[in-house]
Write a protein that binds this ligand. Structure first.
Ligand code: URA
Length: 239
């Protein structure tokens, strides 16, 4: 074998080992001390109170002009289970707390009546911290600007499981364009860009499920959410 083909084989081998290790890390089958951020977050050294204070005065995107509150997140900052929604609605914008409107009441029922937990035991946040006017979908540049807050929240809380509520949160966390109907019903490896995982910790397992607002319009989908929630409970009982 000549030198050039040897070199080509070597490069291909290194590339496939790198892919294999990356996949094993994402699946949580191996742990790395080298889990570095892809790019340094502006909040890399912030603790949660500092992060919340920073968010409270954020003017990095135009949503600050129309908001009444910055809806940072609530709950147990040491939670094993984190719920992530899309963005605050009108009720959340008024009260400064995620999931307190009609969809929020349904999420609370899922947590309290379904999972036999309390809102105080879990952590609840959104991809966007400010309400898009008229509840329109978040714009890509708003997500890009705001998501470092969520990434740092996940790093600091280090949940074992994240329930991604609806397509929007699921697609952001999994870095995919696949719709929620295809994504739900199974755990996925976390794919949050730039998320640093502490040595000896696993990245959170992601369970996408339907958004409670969707359930209000389509009550027949509640059974699917219950199936997803049962898988989350079984996972948490096992780790
Ligand atoms: N919908 C969301 O995605 N988040 C909230 O906080 C409320 C409604």
């Amino acid at each position: 074998m000549d030198r050039d083909s040897l070199k080509k084989d070597y490069i291909e081998l290194v590339a496939s080992v790198r892919e294999y290790v990356k996949e094993q890390l994402q699946l949580g089958f191996i742990e790395s001390e080298l889990s570095e951020p892809e790019r340094e977050s502006p909040y890399a050294n912030f603790d949660l109170p500092t992060l919340a204070t920073d968010a409270a005065s954020c003017t990095k995107c135009p949503l600050h002009e129309t908001r009444n509150s910055v809806v940072f997140g609530v709950g147990n900052t040491d939670a094993d289970l984190m719920f992530i929604g899309e963005a605050p609605g009108a009720d959340e914008d008024r009260q400064g707390e995620p999931f307190v409107g009609r969809a929020g009441q349904l999420l609370t029922d899922i947590i309290v009546k379904g999972m036999k937990l309390t809102r105080e035991e879990v952590y609840i946040a959104n991809v966007l911290k400010c309400r898009p006017p008229g509840n329109r979908n978040p714009a890509p540049d708003e997500v890009e600007t705001c998501s470092p807050y969520l990434v740092r929240q996940i790093e600091l809380i280090q949940p074992k499981v994240i329930v991604a509520l609806g397509s929007f949160a699921a697609q952001m966390i999994l870095g995919t364009k696949i719709g929620i109907t295809k994504l739900r019903g199974e755990f996925h490896p976390c794919n949050v860009p730039g998320l640093r995982v502490l040595p000896h910790k696993k990245p959170p397992a992601i369970m996408p499920t339907y958004h409670p607002a969707y359930l209000l319009r389509n009550p027949s989908a509640k059974g699917d959410v219950w199936e997803d929630v049962k898988m989350v409970l079984a996972f948490l009982a096992d780790v």
